[in-house]
Design a binder for this molecule. Structure first.
Ligand code: F6P
Length: 312
């Protein structure tokens, strides 16, 4: 007797715009294949307690255009010690196909849940865009746009009353997001942990910007060390008052951009294709398309920062 296919979907780690869109498409394609879809609440923590609810496209469609994740999320500490219990939860829920949407840690962890009874596919969803082998993750484009709007706002204020402005964006210790925001908004200085600058160099760049436009805008990644002190020193060196702000979690929210919704669709198509063939691995974005990589071919690990340093 052939076993009914049940697709489990969960979101893990920091939420990212586009997760809801992806959940909808996964649900829709599963429905079209005659699979049952279960949404697991609060990521792997929810899976541990077997917390799942049946998903229907009439409902998931209503959330597809919004930020956050309709399933909730969590960060499960010490994942390997829970792997066996998580597998048992999957078996109890009759889930034989699992799609996990999340960042680096979540995708690496998901690999431990693969078994003869359950195929597992990881989908890159993080505003940090720090997933190995993956040009773009879900949520990145929206988070870049949010950052750019903040810099635009600062520039409006700066043109009226000039200062040395600093804006901290999310991204953890990875500079991909800060770099993209700084480039797209035309910031004057970019500070990221992968490429720290001396106070003298920052001062020089700020002076140059001020000589042209009377103000300077510095975009910094949240992992940059001692940012308050650095900005204090630069401000003193150039003899100009500073203003510093943090976007914080507002950058994780908001309606997903068209770009992120399209990525969500492409990732969902590839995921359903792989799970339909009982394959396990990761879906990534490479050369303008979604690509499936089996776990044999690659392990999920942090993407090396190698953006071209053309402007800063
Ligand atoms: O999900 C990634 C991220 O938003 C990082 O950019 C940020 O450093 C971190 O999560 C914040 O985590 P938390 O929501 O646990 O404070």
């Amino acid at each position: 007797m052939t076993r009914l296919s049940t697709l489990g979907i969960l979101t893990s780690g920091g939420d990212a715009p586009g997760m809801n869109t992806c959940i909808y498409w996964l649900n829709r394609f599963a429905e079209e294949k005659g699979w049952k879809t279960l949404g697991i609440r609060e990521g792997f923590v929810g899976l541990l307690r077997g917390d799942a609810v049946k998903l229907q496209t009439t409902e998931t469609l209503k959330r597809a255009r919004f930020g956050s994740t309709m399933l909730g999320s969590s960060r499960l500490q010490n994942f390997p010690s829970h792997a066996e219990n998580l597998k048992q939860s999957l078996a109890k829920l009759n889930i034989n196909k699992l799609a996990t949407i999340g960042g680096n840690g979540s995708l690496t962890a998901a690999k431990l849940l693969v078994s003869d009874e359950c195929s597992v596919v990881g989908i890159p969803g993080t505003i940090d865009n720090n997933i190995a082998d993956c040009k773009e993750s879900l949520g990145f484009d929206t988070a870049v746009t949010t950052g750019v709007r903040m810099v635009d706002g600062i520039r409006d204020a700066a043109e009226a009353i000039p200062h040395v402005f600093g804006l901290e964006v999310l991204g953890g210790n990875d500079g991909h997001l800060a770099h993209a925001v700084a480039e797209a908004s035309g910031a004057d200085v970019l500070l990221i942990p992968e490429r720290p600058l001396s106070v003298e160099t920052i001062t020089e760049k700020v002076k140059q910007a001020m000589s042209k436009q009377r103000y300077a805008i510095i975009v910094t990644c949240e992992g940059y060390p001692d940012i308050d002190k650095v900005l204090e020193q630069v401000s003193a060196n150039v003899g100009k008052t500073k203003r510093f702000g943090r976007i914080g979690h507002a950058q994780r929210g908001g309606q997903p951009s068209g770009r992120d919704r399209k990525l969500a669709l492409e990732f969902a198509i590839k995921t359903i294709e792989a799970l339909g063939q009982n394959q396990s691995g990761r879906v990534v974005w490479q050369s303008g398309q979604a690509v499936f990589l089996s776990y044999q071919d690659s392990l999920s690990s942090t993407k090396i920062y190698e953006e071209p340093w053309r402007i800063f």
